[in-house]
Design a protein around this ligand. Structure first.
Ligand code: T3D
Length: 261
């Protein structure tokens, strides 16, 4: 059984984390297949949005801890190797993908699983889903961008509480704290996530890529630098075919037909 399922429907590439008996915990094979699926999403012009979800009752429990047991007296595992070769490139790839990524958090999202979900562009969660910064419970720090994302999304007080206490929070609290876009009834989750993904896949893909770049850069930029970046990216957006089509459609009072170019 493959640990990642990939399917394409119209312009949406759906990726399902598929180790349900392990709560979709990450192992090297899963990293490698996810990397390949995201590379396909980046390279294939027909893919204009990605939808990420999990199989079974979890989104993902983060790193597969059954691969991390160390015998007494044995040398510790160097976790920087795992972060450097798997988790960090994954988060960079997701944030730099010039196409929107929608996440449908179908169940518990823990450890790196939580932060991978939060690194997506539009995050929907089933009402029964939950989020756990499980790291401190095993002596680790939040990774996969958690120490960067959490204070920016939820503020430093909540970020610190989430990281230190490692308590499970409900999807509703995650929504209230600004960690995610919205909570959806369980039965509606995939329908709604697909509908948003499809809508995005019919949008101005080039412009979406540029707006991701601008918003992702903003956290490290001064207003001055950000204004310069907006000027440069808007020049690029203004040269796109979709901008031309968007203006024409507006003036002709019709729906635009974006080609993603
Ligand atoms: O190592 C590196 O490469 C560095 C990078 C690290 C990134 C990380 O993600 S570190 C954090 C790793 N994840 C965790 O610490 C989460 C551990 N899991 C949990 O806290 C809980 O299982 C959950 C909150 C996710 C769900 O709780 P619950 O009560 O719904 O389920 P459960 O009974 O705890 O788990 C069900 C089964 O899944 C159970 O196995 P069993 O008893 O049925 O055979 C459990 O051991 C297994 N499981 C859950 N999480 C993991 C896991 N197996 C391996 N790895 C896991 N992460």
């Amino acid at each position: 059984m493959s640990s990642i399922l990939v399917s394409q429907d119209a312009g949406v590439l759906a990726i399902t984390l598929n180790r349900p008996d392990k709560l979709n915990a990450f192992n090297p094979e899963m990293h490698q297949l996810l990397r390949a699926a995201l590379a396909h999403a980046a390279d294939e012009a027909a893919v204009r949005a990605v939808l990420l979800t999990g199989a079974g009752r979890a989104f993902s429990a983060g790193q597969d801890l059954s691969e991390r047991e160390v015998a007494p007296g044995a040398a510790p595992i160097d976790l920087s190797v795992s972060l450097g070769s798997h988790y960090n490139p994954l988060i960079r790839r997701m944030r730099e993908l010039p196409k929107p990524i929608v996440c449908a958090v179908n169940g518990v999202a823990a450890g790196a699983g939580a932060n991978i979900a939060l690194a997506c562009d539009v995050v929907l969660a089933a009402r029964s889903a939950s989020f756990v910064q499980a790291f401190a419970k095993i002596g680790l720090i939040p990774d996969s961008g958690g120490t960067w994302l959490l204070p920016r999304l939820a503020g430093s007080a909540r970020a610190m509480g989430l990281a230190l206490l490692g308590d499970r929070i409900s999807a509703e609290v995650a929504e209230k704290w600004g960690l995610i876009w919205k909570v959806v009834d369980d039965a509606q989750l995939m329908k709604e996530a697909f509908s948003i993904s499809k809508r995005l896949s019919e949008g101005p893909t080039k412009g979406y890529g540029l707006l991701k770049k601008a918003l992702n850069a903003s956290a490290g930029n001064s207003l001055d630098a950000q204004l310069d970046l907006e000027r440069d990216l808007q020049r690029e957006a203004g040269h796109s075919e979709d901008y031309r089509e968007g203006v024409a459609a507006f003036l002709q009072k019709r729906a635009p037909e974006f080609k993603g170019k």
